[in-house]
Ligand binder design. Structure first.
Ligand SMILES: CCCCCCCC/C=C\CCCCCCCC(=O)N[C@@H](COP(=O)(O)O)[C@H](O)/C=C/CCCCCCCCCCCCC
Length: 208
């Protein structure tokens, strides 16, 4: 997925994540994130502190997926099994485990789900910044210190109005973008729900 942002490609990536056995494949999961980050880059330098963190986390996971233990990082389920069995989640000060890194992306996926649903259902004249702030406060904000919450809220204020925002998604008209969001959201929701259940089952939802 190189080049300009394409919502269609992000949708295809999240669609390709879930296997028949309801496993979440890390390759397409990370491709979906790469696509979203590409979009974030188009929004200007004020978002760069967010994209830097997202890139670092995606890069770390891509390194695992290409590394010596790559077979253990084919799916989220395999990764959880492997890191638990190896005791990789027990050692304090392990900010580099796959599970704690995916947990951060997973929490951000909840923000994305709320934000896209807000965009899809809001009135034409709604403010993107309000939709984004409300989605953030209902999800990710609970995990961020004051200074990050403040910087994020300032960046959100620069977002273009809803219809202009829908048009920069590169799908066509605002109506076409809304239709595609309706198509994409169940796939993103599915990935979120499977991951949430997996992490809850193994008591990994609070990894420091
Ligand atoms: C379909 C197209 C339309 C939507 C496009 C949205 C594009 C969004 C792309 C990426 C989202 C960013 C994901 C950020 C992951 C943040 C993970 C995190 O919580 N990290 C914090 C904790 O990490 P550790 O310290 O424990 O390692 C870290 O402290 C965070 C630092 C940066 C600030 C994160 C603010 C997140 C705001 C998310 C909203 C993005 C705004 C996009 C505006 C459309």
């Amino acid at each position: 997925m190189a080049g300009a942002f394409s919502l269609r490609e992000v949708l295809a990536a999240f669609q390709a994540c879930v296997t028949e056995r309801r496993e979440v494949l890390l390759g397409p999961y990370l491709s979906g994130w790469r696509g979203l980050i590409r979009f974030l880059h188009t929004l200007g330098a004020i978002f760069s502190f967010i994209s830097k963190d997202a890139v670092a986390k995606v890069q770390l996971m891509e390194d695992y997926c290409r590394g010596e233990q790559r077979e253990q990082y084919v799916s989220l389920q395999a990764m959880v099994r492997y890191e638990l069995a190896q005791g990789l989640l027990d050692a304090p000060g392990r900010p580099d485990s796959g599970c704690r890194t995916v947990l951060r992306l997973h929490r951000a996926l909840r923000w994305l789900q709320l934000f896209l649903e807000g965009l899809r259902t809001a009135r034409q004249d709604s403010r993107t910044s309000t939709i984004c702030t409300d989605s953030y406060n209902a999800s990710l904000a609970a995990y961020h210190p004051w200074v990050i919450r403040k910087a994020a809220t300032v960046a959100f204020r620069t977002l273009p109005p809803r219809d202009a925002f829908l048009q920069i998604m590169n799908v066509g008209t605002a109506e076409e973008a809304v239709a595609m969001l309706g198509e994409a959201l169940p796939y993103i929701g599915d990935v979120y729900d499977i991951t949430q259940q997996l992490f809850a089952q193994h008591e990994l939802l609070d990894l420091p």
